[in-house]
Design a protein around this ligand. Structure first.
Ligand SMILES: [Zn+2]
Length: 146
């Protein structure tokens, strides 16, 4: 039980770093993970129980426990893959673009956002007149996937 709790916290803190912005989603995923971990552990417990029952000659009981164990583990793995699919589709980031403008010849360029970009920041030099260009806008572009 303590292990289950620890596992839940580890998984929770792991996903917390990835999705800092959406805490409500994180907490619901955390609950989901704890539920999955619980089901997985119950499954393993039933398999262990089945092995012990088998060793004591209780084949019928062993079979019953084994089925429950396999269902538990199977369900948790299935749900985990479902969750991963859901998370991965959510994680497709919207394309963030940065508009840069030359302060001299007002040449406009659009490039993909890079870390550290902010509006009114001096960036690369203009390809036309070699003057420093200014970031004038940063926005997300709607992609076909979302
Ligand atoms: Zn220029």
């Amino acid at each position: 039980m303590l292990y289950l709790l620890e596992l839940g916290i580890q998984l929770g803190s792991g996903s917390n770093q990835k999705t800092e912005r959406s805490k409500s989603i994180v907490s619901s995923i955390l609950v989901y993970y704890i539920f999955l971990a619980g089901m997985f552990i119950i499954g393993i417990y039933f398999l262990y129980d089945a092995l012990q029952a088998y060793n004591t000659g209780d084949v019928e009981g062993a079979g019953f426990s084994a089925i429950l164990g396999i269902i538990g583990i199977g369900m948790s793995i299935y749900m985990l893959t479902m969750l991963r699919k859901r998370v991965s589709t959510k994680k497709i980031p919207k394309k963030v673009v940065t508009t840069i403008e030359c302060t001299k010849c007002s040449l406009k360029k659009i490039r993909t956002f890079t870390k550290g970009d902010y509006v009114l920041k001096d960036t690369e030099n203009c390809t036309k007149c070699d003057q420093p260009m200014l970031i004038t806008a940063i926005y997300t572009e709607k992609t076909d996937k979302s």
